[in-house]
Design a protein around this ligand. Structure first.
Ligand code: COD
Ligand code: ZN
Ligand code: ZN
Length: 376
């Protein structure tokens, strides 16, 4: 049946308010307006940021809403003016937009689009309306994507076509977790062959940083986590040594400095903890080390350290989505995945049918899963 131009009724996981389980509801998805794309979602991953919204940790979120931002699917229909994707194309929704025209998009070193800023939670399309309704109520979107639904509508600047041969159950991870970590190593830090790295926090993001450090040719990759159960996977993906701060009397930066003749070239914080951000900085060599902040700390927190730490030659930087310009880089990353430049299947610990989404969140909260991929 041709659904072009029609409202689609389908199943979606609706979050009616903070601290509630997601509810599978029948929703209505309006057709895409001009410069919009309606996508049938095929596979979507559960990311820590989705859970932050359920836990009410992000203050300005709009409810009710449909979470999910790491996914792959197939274009169902397009609105007027869309030329870069067409019905039947395999696509990845992009929570970091790329309009190609704004200040952020034209700056070669930036991957932040000013038209749809990821930090501003409007919960609406660019025209300030929603395409989702449920039981007569407007449902908001989440960081311009919303993928915990059989169908979603995104602005054209928030979607990109990928290779026809892409395995969507793996390619979905390129929509967030994998690219965020991998890009922090190969793109934000630009890890060089032979360099030494330390990765703090071994969730999906930290493990993807390890994959990036390995692909970049790092000689040592020191994996740090308070949960030693994370070490086997870290080693499998490329960590050369694993350290549990709980098993050492001295502060973790002293342990790493001792292991590396004064500190690593690159240290990555993948937890979202400001104390560990400072530990990462101190673990990098005083004369040439770089600390990359990948984790998102609570919005009211501040970093505090002596400026002398920087005067001697250290660098601090941060990146969202691995610093990748999304429309330019996502298709390349998918092609690299198909060409087996890296593997992402090691990150997928669980696969569940979409309606078992709450079980997927439980697995994440218990620390039992890295990535659960939901299939429709
Ligand atoms: N010392 C060492 N390890 C620790 C400590 C500590 N003090 N505290 C926690 N850990 C370990 C945990 O045991 C766990 O293994 C790991 O740190 C954290 O892993 P997860 O599974 O909680 O998290 P991830 O990898 O899925 O994501 C963590 C981030 C903080 C990176 C994530 O929440 C985030 O902020 N995302 C990236 C930012 C971004 O781009 N967001 C936009 C969309 S996601
Ligand atoms: Zn994410
Ligand atoms: Zn832009």
């Amino acid at each position: 049946m041709d659904t072009t131009g029609k409202v689609i009724k389908c199943k979606a996981a609706v979050l009616w308010g903070p601290h509630q389980p997601l509810k599978i509801e029948e929703i209505e998805v309006a057709p895409p307006k001009a410069h919009e794309v309606r996508i049938k979602i095929i596979a979507t991953g559960i990311c820590r940021s989705d859970d932050h919204i359920i836990e009410g940790l992000i203050q300005d979120s709009k409810y009710p809403l449909i979470l999910g931002h790491e996914a792959a699917g197939i274009v169902e229909s397009v609105g007027d003016g869309v030329t870069t994707v067409k019905p039947g194309d395999k696509v990845i929704p992009l929570f970091v937009a790329q309009c190609g025209e704004c200040r952020g998009c034209v700056e070669p070193k930036s991957n932040m689009c000013c038209k749809a800023q990821v930090g501003q939670h409007t919960g609406l399309m660019l025209d300030n309306t929603s395409r989702f309704t449920c039981k007569g109520k407007l449902i908001h979107n989440f960081i311009s994507t919303s993928t915990f639904t059989e169908y979603t509508v995104v602005d054209e600047i928030n979607v990109v076509k990928i290779h026809d041969d892409a395995p969507l159950d793996e390619a979905c991870l390129i929509g967030c977790g994998f690219s965020t970590g991998y890009g922090s190593a190969v793109n934000a830090a630009k890890v060089e062959p032979g360099s030494t790295c330390a990765v703090f926090g071994l969730g999906g993001i930290g493990l993807s940083v390890i994959i990036g450090c390995k692909v970049a040719g790092a000689s040592r990759i020191i994996a740090v986590d308070v949960n030693s159960n994370k070490f086997a996977k870290a080693k499998e993906l490329g960590a050369t040594e694993c350290v549990n701060p709980k098993e050492h009397e001295n502060p973790i930066h002293e342990v790493i400095q001792k292991m590396t003749n004064g500190g690593v070239h690159y240290a990555f914080e993948c937890i979202g903890n400001t104390d560990i951000m400072v530990s990462a900085l101190l673990s990098s060599h005083f004369s040439c080390g770089t600390a990359v902040m990948v984790g998102v700390a609570p919005s009211d927190s501040t970093l505090s350290f002596s400026p002398l730490l920087l005067l001697t030659g250290r660098t601090v930087k941060g990146a969202i989505f691995g610093g990748f310009k999304s429309k330019d880089c996502v298709p390349e990353l998918v092609s690299d995945l198909i060409a087996k430049k890296f593997k992402v299947d090691g990150l997928v610990t669980h696969k569940l049918p979409f309606h078992e989404i709450n079980k997927g969140f439980d697995l994440l909260r218990k620390g039992e899963s890295i990535r659960t991929v939901l299939e429709f």
